[in-house]
Design a protein around this ligand. Structure first.
Ligand code: BG6
Length: 499
């Protein structure tokens, strides 16, 4: 057994939960709070992870009192928690922790009530205060300032930011500066919920707690990598936000680049609060910057038919689909394309990373007996978590060797029948414990914007000068044809699920 490394920046044997915690959600009646955050806190409470003095304060402009908020959350839990996981006693326990305050961040009224609620409680002097900003990013800075003026921020306080963090590099810096004037970087938790997914965390374990992959995980043996996040849903009620953002900002700048980082990063010495983030940052900094000619050749933007009408903006040039080719310029990955694609209203929902290995260097078996196919490792992120390794095998039977593709399948649901927690469950408890390992550091967010910006700039230029629009694709299809051409040109094809 190798010795366990010393871990100077590891989370303090952290699992230690603070005895007193006030978890305040700005945007407490919003979709994210009701659909994800409160169900996640319910599950953790049900598992006995919330100490008795853990309170949850919903802050919103809704004119409701605490009783009304409890009713709203009760309905949300009934909607978003599977019936077999709803335990009446656990529901009541969570509801009893809830408070609601009506407050408009732009108006001074209401803040003194928040002050009173957070300060006049047993254990106020040692309470951990979490401020979760599930509101428009324009409110991040002003909300933090107000909290500071009221004396509600101390060394134990934490702030959680939902994306989007900015619209481009300059606005991301402005948000980070504004929040950074009140909270030190170690108190800022920038959520990318993909990092809380079990299968995404398992990617690190698969790579670094096993030995067989690491010798192959480089340009010598890997032909290319594909990262796909395909959704069947459209933009729904989020039109106003989405039409301003588009798929590149909404998905690629954060989720897809974070997945790329976890695939491409070097092994850190140990899993500590900064070490993994240091390695991810190096990957982002090694991404080959795209020139305008690269953007024209290596990126594709599409929009599903009917998107403009759906968001009430028929002339929109916002993309709902992106495919692109990236390269990590370092010793390990030089020359290996990373193809990324994501889109809405596609023909299936699947998030998957596929590592395609090179063909065997020498074809030993005659063509007539079947052909070898390149080995592929599929890391299935969702909806079904697992892994598939595609190999070439001999078909049983006499009369020579016939080659057939086969697949080794690992389904997490079968291997680990226990309930798989939602990403937010892990992430929210990490905030309460003060463990930032799975959150994006400021320099990572800004490095990701730095890489994405030339794409945004070139697309904007082409839209303005050439009146170019994203390529339309039918809803329920596999996306624009240019996405297939992007790989076809390199003699490759996208790997679809179950291929
Ligand atoms: C969010 C995006 O961050 O991720 C949404 O804003 C997207 O547009 C969602 O639908 C996808 O998350 P998941 O966990 O359903 O893959």
């Amino acid at each position: 057994m190798p010795p366990t490394p010393t871990t100077p920046d590891s989370p303090p044997a952290a699992a230690v939960l603070p005895a007193y915690c006030d978890f305040t959600v700005f945007g407490g009646t919003g979709d994210l709070a009701l659909r994800k955050l409160l169900p996640a806190l319910y599950h953790r409470d049900r598992e006995g992870q919330l100490p008795p003095d853990h309170r949850i304060v919903g802050v919103s402009r809704s004119p409701i009192d605490t009783a009304g908020y409890r009713d709203l959350v009760r309905t949300a839990l009934a909607t978003h928690v599977p019936a077999e996981e709803l335990e009446p006693a656990a529901v009541e326990r969570l509801l009893a922790r809830l408070h609601h305050l009506e407050l408009d961040a732009h108006v001074p009224d209401g803040w003194h009530e928040l002050h009173g609620l957070l300060k006049d409680r047993p254990g106020a002097d040692e309470a951990v205060r979490v401020y979760y900003l599930a509101v428009a990013p324009g409110l991040f800075g002003p909300t933090c300032e107000r909290l500071d003026e009221l004396g509600l921020v101390d060394e134990r306080s934490r702030v959680v930011m939902e994306k989007p963090i900015g619209h481009d590099l300059a606005s991301a810096r402005a948000v980070n500066d504004a929040v950074g004037r009140v909270f030190a970087e170690h108190q800022v938790f920038r959520i990318d919920h993909y990092l809380g997914k079990e299968s995404v965390q398992n990617l690190l374990v698969t790579r670094f707690a096993n030995t067989f992959l690491e010798p192959l995980w480089n340009s010598r043996w890997v032909d290319h990598v594909q990262i796909t996040v395909a959704e069947t849903v459209g933009v729904g009620k989020r039109g106003p936000y989405y039409d301003h953002a588009g798929a590149l900002r909404d998905m690629v700048q954060n989720h897809l680049l974070q997945l790329l980082c976890l695939v491409a990063m070097e092994p850190p010495t140990y899993v500590g609060r900064e070490t993994v983030r240091d390695e991810k940052l190096k990957v982002l900094q090694a991404l080959k910057p795209l020139t305008p000619a690269d953007v024209d050749r290596d990126t594709v933007r599409g929009a599903y038919e009917g998107y403009g009408e759906e968001v009430g903006h028929p002339g929109t040039r916002t993309e709902t689909f992106v495919a692109l080719k990236a390269e990590v310029q370092n010793w390990r990955w030089a020359g290996v394309p990373f193809y990324l694609r994501t889109g809405k209203r596609l023909d299936h929902r699947a998030s998957e990373i596929v590592v395609v290995f090179k063909e065997p260097p020498h074809a030993m078996f005659p063509q007539s007996e079947g052909s070898t196919t390149a080995n592929r490792l599929h890391i299935l992120v969702q909806p079904d978590e697992g892994m598939k390794l595609h190999l070439t095998a001999k078909e049983p039977g006499p009369g020579g060797i016939r080659l057939r593709p086969v697949s080794l399948d690992l389904s997490y649901a079968t291997a680990f029948p226990q309930r798989s927690p939602d990403a937010y469950e892990r992430l929210l408890m990490d905030v309460v414990r003060g463990n930032p390992t799975l959150f994006m550091r400021r320099d990572e967010v800004e490095a990701a914007w730095t890489w994405v910006e030339p794409i945004l700039a070139r697309w904007a230029q082409r839209s303005a000068e050439l009146e170019e629009r994203p390529e339309p694709y039918p809803a329920g299809s596999s996306g624009p044809t240019a996405a297939a051409d992007l790989l076809g040109r390199d003699g490759r094809t996208w790997q679809e699920p179950d291929q």
